[in-house]
Ligand binder design. Structure first.
Ligand code: NAI
Length: 697
């Protein structure tokens, strides 16, 4: 054995050398790995290797660059230096890919003389999703191997399977069985049979004569999906260079795009969310090693809008689920809605009939509450939002369910502790707050009651994860995190309408910011009667919103709300609503004025940030990034904007404090007085991101 650099193991099989990347868990290409590869290549050369197999240890080839090294002084060797050594190696270097080869990991493989892969391995360049472009030659090598298809892979950022990669032409062979052995045999055979390897940088066959009008058309289609985001455009420019420039010049274009984008705010935002989505899995109230209870069979009470969606999520991810309804009629209606929903996906070609049947078979329905619940390993309740009803259902669940299983509620506003008090097992009760449509939205707020045990939280998190959700554990309060924060936006929406805006002005600003949908259009989609009912229950008024509802405009379901809708649900500004608003301004003697976009944006986002700060003070959310992850995954907040707390940090907390104080005064809204946490951080020159430990004031 030669010297063993710690992060790259060097092994032999006769004259075939093996370099094994060993940087668990995902073999990122940190400095020590790059150095180890370079040393290993030199040693193999020195020792007269006939061929070199490059492979990952553990479950992956490599997930790519070590993103935590970004923004720090670069330590040699760089990836391009490693790639130069590969390309200059006398012995062919064969990348052997299992698990994932992503980003820099795939770029490493693309620089090799050949690539072999295990069936089902995933290969991709996801850099665009982190806000930059592949920065180590990926945008130049991949087009030289597979032509225009590279544009889709690089701009879209989704991985493809080894089989698809072979079909496209950037994997030479898919090898079943134990990969290292198979790769050694393949490399030996290739090297001894005199097979000619042409490095990607020397190939022109797939880029020559590319019709650039077709390129532009393909690029236009791909970019149409990424409104406002910079990295997809950067990817297009880098890939364009592959078709129009010599290799080295193309690399320069790629490097410029990479450096510009990686330093930009969008990439910082995307990486903030990327790491945040991993961070939220670390839950202070769930000590490491806490075992979830085993759950095989899920039971959902209520097969309405939410119950049906939750059940579909389970079936979509292979978990058997039974829905319980109160009447046969409601049950049939609920199951039909699930079927119709799936059938639409089949019709669109995104789901095969066979897969549909598999999912449908996992879903059963019954009206026999006691029997179904008696067989459950976990129950999620999704009946009407009414404390009386919920407590009744939970008392009944407690009797019917096996002792020791978790009972969860999908309530969006009610007190989990009070619901739990209806049972003799409050430690096994928690909230599992899904978002509508529950089969689509990734966010799941898991609500921790006063008595909820760590094991219960771990169980809810385990089930959430298994049915494709992104869990964020939150504390128990009215609206939990997401709805509590958006709720604080409402009063400012009213005031903006009174002072000079129309619905379309507000939505335009929020959509230009990048939100999937502005707040008024969202209200129309959800139904304006919901907010009206909440206001009524709380004894609050919103003159304009109330007048819109009073005019019978309940949103899309009545064909009109803040907007008019045509038969295709296309929204149009409404004359009637404009009149309601203007009349109300006059009646309340508010002089209407032109309101700048920046003011609209601040008055909608700052109240949310302020409430977010209070949520942190109260320990309802563990960390600022938890809030940002919630907004990106449940509220259509664009990931490249990083979420509300990230936005506030960019603005600077001193400015946030001052603007809040200003609007509190100017709009007579005491709720906008800066939260204590914001006051403190602003006076210390601090930021949300810089907070250490819990924020409790
Ligand atoms: P829904 O009215 O569409 O569905 C409720 C279903 O529960 C109905 O089909 C009803 O027949 C059934 N049901 C009532 N009592 C029952 C009982 N004792 N046993 C069995 N089935 C019973 O209501 P939706 O919108 O699905 O809401 C359900 C829960 O989810 C509520 O707590 C709501 O606050 C919450 N939620 C709603 C969201 C939404 O956007 N609609 C979002 C997140 C949570």
């Amino acid at each position: 054995m030669a010297d063993e650099p710690r992060y790259v193991e060097h092994a032999f099989d006769g004259d075939v050398h093996v370099l094994r990347i060993a940087n668990p868990p995902v073999n990122t290409l940190r400095t020590e790995v790059r150095a180890g590869l370079l040393d290993g290549l030199k040693a193999a050369e020195r020792e007269g290797a006939r061929a070199i197999v490059l492979i990952g240890s553990g479950r992956n080839f490599s997930a790519g660059a070590e993103m935590t090294e970004f923004g720090k002084p670069r330590k040699p060797p760089s990836l391009p230096e490693v790639f130069d050594a590969i390309e200059q190696s006398r012995a062919p270097v064969v990348a052997a890919i299992h698990g994932n080869a992503l980003g820099g990991g795939l770029e490493l493989a693309l620089a090799c003389h050949a690539r072999v892969a295990s069936p089902g391995a995933q290969l991709g360049l996801p850099e665009v999703k982190r806000g930059f472009v592949p920065g180590a030659g990926g945008t130049q090598r991949l087009p030289r191997m597979i032509g225009l298809e590279a544009l889709r892979l690089i701009v879209g950022g989704d991985p493809v399977s080894a089989e698809e990669a072979e079909r496209l032409g950037f994997v030479d062979a898919v090898l079943p069985g134990e990969l290292e052995k198979a790769a050694i045999a393949w490399a030996r055979e290739a090297a001894t049979s005199g097979r000619q390897f042409v490095l990607a940088r020397h190939r022109t066959d797939r880029i020559q004569g590319q019709d650039m009008a077709a390129f532009d058309e393909a690029a236009r289609k791909l970019l149409a999906r990424s409104r406002g985001q910079e990295s997809p455009k950067g990817c297009v420019e880098a890939v364009r260079a592959a078709f129009t420039m010599p290799f080295e010049e193309g690399l320069n274009v790629e490097r410029e795009q990479f450096q510009r984008l990686v330093a930009g705010e969008q990439s910082q935002a995307l990486r903030h969310i990327f790491f945040g989505e991993r961070e939220v899995a670390r839950v202070p109230d769930v000590p490491e090693g806490t075992k979830p209870l085993p759950v095989r069979k899920l039971v959902v009470i209520g097969c309405g809008t939410m119950g049906g969606g939750i059940a579909m999520s389970a079936a979509n991810f292979g978990m058997p689920v039974t829905v319980v309804e109160s009447t046969q009629e409601a049950l049939e209606r609920g199951l039909k809605r699930c079927e119709a929903n799936w059938q639409r996906t089949v019709a669109s070609g995104r789901l095969s009939q066979a897969e549909y049947e598999k999912r449908r078979a996992l879903l059963t329905g019954t009206t026999d509450f006691e029997k179904a619940v008696g067989e459950a390993d976990l129950v999620i309740e999704a009946v009407f939002e009414d404390m009386g009803v919920k407590k009744e259902v939970f008392a009944r669940l407690d009797k019917a369910a096996r002792p020791g299983i978790v009972l969860a509620s999908n309530t969006s506003t009610l007190d989990i502790d009070e619901i739990a008090s209806a049972t003799g097992r409050p430690e096994l009760v928690c909230g599992m707050h899904f978002f509508s449509p529950a089969n689509v939205m990734r966010l799941l707020e898991i609500v921790r009651g006063r008595k909820t045990s760590a094991e219960t939280l771990a169980t809810a998190m385990d089930v959430g994860k298994r049915i494709g959700k992104l869990n964020v554990v939150v504390g128990n309060c009215d609206g939990f995190v997401g709805n509590r924060m958006t709720g604080k936006r409402g009063p400012q929406v009213e005031k903006l309408l009174l002072e000079g805006c129309l619905p379309q002005d507000i939505d335009r600003v929020m959509e230009a910011y990048g939100m999937a949908m502005g707040p008024l259009a969202t209200g129309d989609l959800a139904g304006l009667d919901i907010g009206a009912a909440v206001r009524k229950a709380r004894g609050t008024v919103a003159p304009i919103a109330d007048a819109v509802v009073a005019a019978g405009r309940l949103g899309q379901k009545t064909g009109k709300g803040y907007y008019d809708y045509d038969e295709n649900r296309k929204r149009m500004p409404s004359k009637e609503v404009e009149k309601i608003i203007l009349d109300m301004s006059e009646k309340m003697q508010v002089r209407r004025r032109r309101i700048e976009d920046q003011e609209i944006l601040e008055r909608l986002l700052l109240p949310m940030v302020n409430e977010g700060a209070r949520i942190l003070e109260e320990g309802i959310a563990y960390r600022p990034v938890d809030i940002d992850v919630i907004f990106v995954n449940g509220f259509g907040w664009p990931a490249w904007r990083g979420g509300p707390m990230f936005w506030a940090d960019r603005m600077g907390l001193r400015a946030v404090r001052d603007r809040l104080a200003h609007y509190a005064e100017a709009t007579n809204d005491p709720n906008l007085r800066p939260a204590a946490l914001i006051e403190r951080l602003a006076s210390e020159g601090g930021s949300f991101a810089g907070m250490k430990g819990p924020a409790r004031a």
